[in-house]
Design a protein around this ligand. Structure first.
Ligand code: ING
Length: 319
């Protein structure tokens, strides 16, 4: 019996700084309604989907940023999303800023069953940007200021999605650029990687020139390579458009285990893209080219976990 599920990337357009969570949730419920009409069984919303991408704003007192965080999930503002999932029988991925009862802060993503159970939670490991205000930057990117490094690893769970068991895994935005994240999921036999992103469409570092077209190319390259090299489907969902004057690119995609793009968003606004995923198509890659048990040589990979930064190589000396 083939295991085929219909998934959607529910891309969001901009969420302005003053936009209340209820407005963003209302937009997400409308996307979920459209997903239901198309027979979708799993919806992937973006990273930090409830608010503007607030790490672009500097708060001298970190506590001033706490209002961007959720202390309960669901809350009164997010309950309509859980209600819609239950009404439509749809599972969903949601990215949001999590503040724990102990006062820790995470860039978090959850996979929620139609009944509203959190089947999987992930906290972002690769936090890009910087922790202190950087006057050289056109726009701040203060994820290292506002978030702790994720403490849940890269978990995978085998859960019923659309009536079939699926090995589901999560990552968030910058994680997609790190092959280590994909491989840790791949080593747990992941079949469907869900990730949201908020990525500026131009280089904000103020260091060197990066042609704008490379932004989307690098995002797609990362997701397509990660999916192919770990024989998994991937859904990458953008928050897009101009938020507080800062442009984020869209181009959400759904990718198959051969690294092919099955669907791509063409706007920078709220947009639903869908694809049917035959999960047994993961088998070819993981039993041939990427049969990890037959081909990987961990004894040669020591540097990957033994080092943080790169080291200089030894100089070659002519004999
Ligand atoms: N955003 C960006 C991302 O990794 C970034 C940050 C952009 C890093 C471009 C490097 C190059 O897509 C988040 N939120 O991680």
């Amino acid at each position: 019996m083939p295991r085929i599920i219909t998934v959607a990337a529910a891309q969001l357009g901009p969420i302005q700084r003053a936009e209340p969570r209820a407005a963003a949730v209302g937009r997400m419920v409308r996307l979920m309604e459209r997903a239901h009409a198309r027979g979708v069984q799993v919806v992937v919303f973006p990273e930090l989907a409830l608010t503007t991408f607030f790490p672009r704003h500097y708060h001298a007192d970190r506590a001033e940023a706490d209002h961007w965080f959720e202390t309960a999930m669901p809350s009164n503002e997010t309950a309509p999303l859980f209600d819609a999932a239950r009404r439509f029988g749809i599972a969903f991925h949601l990215g949001y800023a999590e503040r724990t009862p102990e006062g820790r802060h995470f860039n978090t993503a959850i996979l929620v069953s139609p009944a509203g159970e959190v089947m999987l939670k992930y906290r972002k490991v690769h936090l890009p940007g910087h922790a202190e205000h950087d006057p050289a930057r056109q726009v701040q990117h203060l994820e290292k200021r506002y978030f702790d490094v994720g403490d849940l690893g890269f978990p995978v769970v085998r859960a019923p999605l659309g009536g079939v068991p699926v090995n589901a895994g999560l990552m968030i935005c910058n994680d997609r650029r790190w092959p280590e994240a994909w491989r840790v999921l791949g080593l747990q036999s992941v079949e469907l990687v869900m990730l949201g992103y908020n990525t500026p469409s131009t280089n904000q570092d103020g260091q060197g020139f990066e042609a704008p077209h490379l932004r989307v190319f690098h995002s797609h390259l990362s997701v397509q390579a990660g999916a192919y090299q770990n024989a998994t489907y991937a859904v990458a969902t953008a928050k897009a458009g101009v938020e507080d004057g800062c442009e984020l690119f869209g181009h959400s995609i759904i990718v198959n285990p051969q690294g092919e793009i099955l669907a791509q968003a063409t706007t920078w606004d709220d947009e639903l893209i869908t694809a049917d995923c035959d999960l047994d198509r993961c088998t070819l890659g993981r039993t041939t080219i990427f049969a990890f048990d037959r081909h990987r040589r961990p004894e040669a990979y020591g540097r990957i976990t033994g080092q943080v930064g790169a080291v200089a190589p030894p100089e070659w000396i002519a004999p």
